[in-house]
Each structure stands twice: as structure tokens, then as C-alpha cells.
Unconditional design. Structure first.
Length: 114
């Protein structure tokens, strides 16, 4: 008896696999393009491309869950990126300051995409 049109063991058959779905393009300015315009002493120049994407979405007022859904990440991964952003920008935890707001103030606002 043949399986999948060939003779031989079942493992010889080609089994279709799920294809990866690419996330939708971001509406923010490309982090790579933004990084090229920054002088080396700019605190944002230390951020990775993904951290700049997360920061840009924070600047839009998105929650960690909203950022995670937009970038196809887990909420925990967004939390890790946010923590790394705070560390790289030198924003220590404080009872008197809201680090997320301070981080967003460093990020230049981009006009919303149409």
C-alpha cells in the first residue's frame, strides 16, 4: 500500500508544514533610518532596532500588551525590552518619577502615519 502516492515508509512522504506569517509593517519610521540620523552621543543610539520600535510604540501611548500584539511578541518580551531601554537611558527606578514617561520624552515624536 502506498501513502502519499509513493511506496516506502511513511516518513518518506512530504508532510506540509506551517509557513511563518510575517508581521504587518510598522507604521512608525524605520528604526534603522532613525538610528542613522542620530549622533553617537545621543542616548538613543545605544538602543537596538527592536528597542527603538518598542520605545516608539510606548511614545504612541501603547501598553505592553498592545506593543506585543503590534510586534508579534509576548508581553514578557516587551517587558524585557522596556527594562533594557530604561537601563540604557539611565532611568533608575524611583518612587518619585515615572520611568516610562521619562523614556518617551527622550524619543522624538513622529507624525502619525495616514
Amino acid at each position: 500500500m502506498t501513502t502519499c502516492g509513493r511506496s516506502g515508509p511513511r516518513s518518506a512522504c512530504s508532510i506540509p508544514t506551517r509557513t511563518s506569517v510575517s508581521p504587518p509593517p510598522s507604521r512608525t519610521t524605520s528604526p534603522t533610518v532613525v538610528a542613522r540620523r542620530r549622533p553617537p552621543d545621543d542616548p538613543l543610539s545605544t538602543l537596538t532596532a527592536r528597542e527603538r520600535e518598542v520605545l516608539a510604540l510606548m511614545a504612541e501611548g501603547r501598553t505592553n500588551l498592545g506593543i506585543a500584539r503590534r510586534l508579534w511578541l509576548t508581553a514578557r518580551t516587551v517587558e524585557t525590552h522596556a527594562s533594557s531601554i530604561m537601563t540604557k537611558l539611565g532611568l533608575a527606578a524611583s518612587d518619585e518619577d515615572h520611568r516610562r514617561v521619562l523614556a518617551v520624552l527622550v524619543h522624538p515624536r513622529q507624525p502619525p502615519a495616514a
